[in-house]
Design a protein around this ligand. Structure first.
Ligand SMILES: [Zn+2]
Length: 256
């Protein structure tokens, strides 16, 4: 992967490996990426222990939750994951004697919340780098289970390309990773003179309130402060997505 591939890549695992030799994401950014990724699955997380895992993982990244809290939440999230898996196994056993494409499709669909619960658990792995990679792998499998289910629902069922290796594509995760690591991860420079009081106040507010819709206002304040960097201004005015760990906001706030 080259710098120009990075901007258009849809493969988050390849992107994570691309970052690695150049200095991986900081623990904070890797953890925030894991949280942002799993948050996309939140509607599938029925168990409060899994949803809590995301809040604690974000707290670990932002330095407001300690390792004991992380370990405790991880244990609870693992119990939720195990229960989801047991529910899946019970449902599959029940349907052993049933036949038909719909039953097979339902089986694939039942795997999705199991891996969603596993992803919430993975976000709390002691190593933030491992958390990021594990979360991506689990999210790629939830997508795959959805694709399989849709095939059986459409009556296409097993097809010759079933054994073809997955491409590992996930445009939304790739976009999240670019938000956190930057459009060109090695070349965006931020000048201290742009950190004026209005810029800092706006940035703090956006971070605390997750008020991404205010980023265009930040772009205007940055321009007033003398910033003409299109990578930074365009990012603030672009379509997003933006999450905690957004490279522009981090640069303003001096967060690594
Ligand atoms: Zn952003």
């Amino acid at each position: 992967m080259s710098e120009s591939d990075w901007v258009t890549s849809t493969e988050p695992l390849a992107m994570l490996s691309f970052l690695q030799p150049r200095g991986p994401l900081s623990d904070r950014k890797a953890r925030l990426f894991a949280v942002a990724a799993v948050s996309r699955l939140e509607p599938l997380l029925a168990d409060d222990r899994s949803r809590r895992a995301l809040r604690v993982a974000e707290g670990v990244a932002d330095g407001v939750a300690d390792d004991a809290e992380r370990a405790h939440a991880q244990e609870l999230a693992d119990a939720a994951r195990a229960e989801a898996e047991a529910r899946y196994e019970a449902a599959v056993n029940e349907s052993t004697y049933a036949e038909g494409d719909e039953v097979i499709a339902a089986g694939w669909r039942l795997l999705i919340p199991v891996d969603a619960a596993a992803a919430a658990h993975a976000a709390l792995h002691p190593s933030a780098t491992t958390a990021a990679t594990d979360v991506v792998q689990l999210m790629l499998s939830t997508e795959e289970w959805g694709r399989q289910a849709a095939r059986w629902e459409a009556g296409v069922g097993r097809s010759p390309d079933d054994d073809a290796p997955g491409l590992g594509g996930h445009p939304r995760l790739a976009a999240l990773l670019r938000d956190i690591a930057g459009n060109s991860p090695n070349s965006t420079t931020f000048t201290g003179a742009w950190r004026t009081e209005p810029v800092l106040a706006l940035a703090r507010g956006i971070y605390d309130d997750r008020a991404w819709e205010r980023l265009p206002v930040l772009a205007a304040a940055l321009e007033d402060a003398g910033c003409a960097n299109e990578d930074i201004l365009g990012h603030c005015r672009g379509p997003g997505p933006h999450v905690r760990g957004c490279f522009v906001l981090d640069a303003v706030l001096g967060k690594a």
